[in-house]
Design a protein around this ligand. Sequence first.
Ligand code: SF4
Length: 62
Amino acid sequence: MPAGKPAGVRCVQLTEGNLCQLFGDPRRPAFCVGLRPSAEMCGASASEALGYLTELEERTRP
Ligand code: SF4
């Protein structure tokens, strides 16, 4: 995504199984490489993780 990934838009590098196609690839964005997910961020399921992200996006919307 050359112009960056807008909030709320699924990354084009995510597979149907929610795996990053660029994992371990030098083209993976520096932000993604540097992100250290926490238990709070991931929750106990993909649904909880998505809820956390949605809340962050709503709280930081301009
Ligand atoms: S880690 Fe980064 S590049 Fe990979 S799927 Fe997630 S947002 Fe996209």
